[in-house]
Ligand binder design. Structure first.
Ligand SMILES: [Zn+2]
Ligand SMILES: [Zn+2]
Length: 463
């Protein structure tokens, strides 16, 4: 990427923005959005009154703001749409997954959760036909040794026979397949513990956090952290029979079991299809420290967070809903992704309740990118609330209102949407603000991780 400041038009606009008397306030607004690339602009006011006396405690109006507008973060998860908000999302996901692995007292998850059996599993999609690849040894079946960035990787060797239809129908049903897998897994765990399903509920709880990844071929993979707790969740010790070996064995059995199948009925020219997970199943124990053999908590949390911000864009599809097929030409969508999108269009009237066209930009996938069971750890909503509360407190303190009781204050407000985005100069400045915040955040995270590891090493030396 070229430096936008080298562009004289951008530089001219940067200087215009910087020379504006409202520049400091504008920069503060953008800093609070985390350097959002596409902030939402609001105009309006809010008024805080004491309920008892009717006295005005605080009055805020965007009239005092630069351009008469307040800019708030767009909150988009996709890195291709807003890197700053995607980093915030990735950071939250990282903390969510890590809290479920290492514990986090501020989120009421004790560090003893580290002793619970937990694994990192990757459930893959089945084959829909041979694709160009980079085998460990030798060449691709087409006879070429493809480079790492070769755009043909993941595309069909024979587009005429490749099952694009199967791919998007599979993607569309992965959420249902996951649920069947989890149901079966509970049975397999109970069977290995020698207890009934009902007894399992009374003695242990299965928790998970998972993230969806699009492979280059456009099929969905799931990466999941699976953990066994006591019946009350992460704060409760699991029963003695709950081991990593038992969990691993149960996952293998559940993934391979006939119950873990989704049947898609026939429709018009489409045959009945039965979808299972692919034969490749990777299950690895998660360890607190890097002993060179297994995967660490830190690596798992980073991995999941990274995938949480990547949608289907890696396949060359569009990062927003598609109105009409003609948009694919305008955005030069590559052939493989295009055929998958066209399959969604074709299938949409055959399976209307599956909403394939609405999810065509996701190649049929309609689930959430990252999901978790109720007791895995904290929620993204809770993390957002903590951040929102923090900002509100900052705002209140700035206006000398930090001691007010919410019950005694009446808040009136009126907000209007006034547009979104940046001028070219604002955009360059926002990107540099986002970069600063990101650097600070990474430094802080590394320092925190070092400190935790030191504390743990300290704990262990007492044993
Ligand atoms: Zn944003
Ligand atoms: Zn090839």
């Amino acid at each position: 990427m070229s430096d936008p400041l080298l562009d004289p038009v951008v530089l001219g606009d940067v200087l215009r923005v910087a020379a504006d008397p409202g520049f400091d306030r504008w920069r503060e607004q953008i800093r609070r959005t985390g350097g959002c690339a596409n902030p939402v602009h609001l105009t309006g006011w809010s008024l805080a009154k004491d309920k008892a006396t009717g006295q005005t405690l605080h009055h805020y109006s965007t009239q005092q703001e630069p351009g008469g507008r307040l800019r708030i973060a767009c909150g988009n998860r996709r890195a291709s749409r807003c890197p700053a908000c995607a980093y915030t999302y990735a950071g939250d996901t990282y903390h969510l997954i890590r809290a479920g692995l290492a514990g986090d007292p501020s989120k009421h998850i004790p560090a003893t959760v580290r002793d619970h059996p937990r694994v990192f599993a990757t459930l893959t999609a089945p084959s829909f036909g041979p694709v160009h690849n980079r085998p460990d040894r030798g060449r691709c079946r087409c006879g070429t040794r493809h480079g790492e960035d070769d755009s043909v990787l993941g595309t069909a060797l024979d587009p005429e026979s490749y099952d694009y239809t199967g791919t998007v129908l599979f993607n569309n049903h992965t959420g249902d397949l996951w649920h069947r897998f989890i149901n079966r897994l509970r049975r397999e765990i109970a069977a290995r513990a020698g207890i009934t399903q009902r007894q399992l509920t009374d003695t242990a709880r299965l928790s998970y956090g998972k993230v969806a990844e699009f492979q280059k071929r456009g099929a969905i993979h799931f990466h999941a952290v699976l953990r066994l707790d006591g019946p009350d969740g992460p704060e409760d010790a699991p029963p003695a029979w709950a081991t990593v070996a038992l969990l691993t064995d149960a996952i293998r059995a559940a993934a391979a079991h006939a119950y873990t199948t989704i049947t898609v009925p026939a429709a018009a020219d489409q045959p009945v299809r039965a979808f299972r997970w692919g034969a490749q199943l990777d299950i690895r124990p998660i360890h607190a420290f890097d002993d060179g053999t297994d995967i660490t908590e830190q690596a798992v949390a980073s991995y999941v967070a990274k995938y949480a911000t990547k949608a289907a864009e890696t396949t060359g599809t569009l990062d927003r809903r598609i109105g009409e097929i003609a948009e694919l030409d305008r955005h030069a969508v590559p052939d493989h992704a295009r055929r998958l999108i066209e399959a969604c269009k074709r299938l949409d009237p055959l399976y209307p309740d599956r909403r394939l066209w609405a999810w065509a930009h996701m190649l049929g996938f309609r689930g959430h990118f990252s999901t978790k069971s109720r007791r895995y750890s904290t929620t993204l909503g809770a993390l957002r609330q903590i951040r929102a509360d923090y900002r509100t407190t900052q705002e209140r303190q700035a206006h000398g209102l930090n001691d007010t009781e919410p019950d005694t204050v009446l808040v009136l407000a009126d907000w209007q949407y006034a547009g979104h985005g940046h001028t070219p100069g604002e955009s360059a400045l926002a990107a540099s603000i986002a970069q600063d915040i990101r650097t600070n955040r990474e430094t802080a995270r590394e320092a925190l991780a070092d400190q935790r590891d030191l504390e743990l090493e300290g704990d262990q030396s007492h044993e």
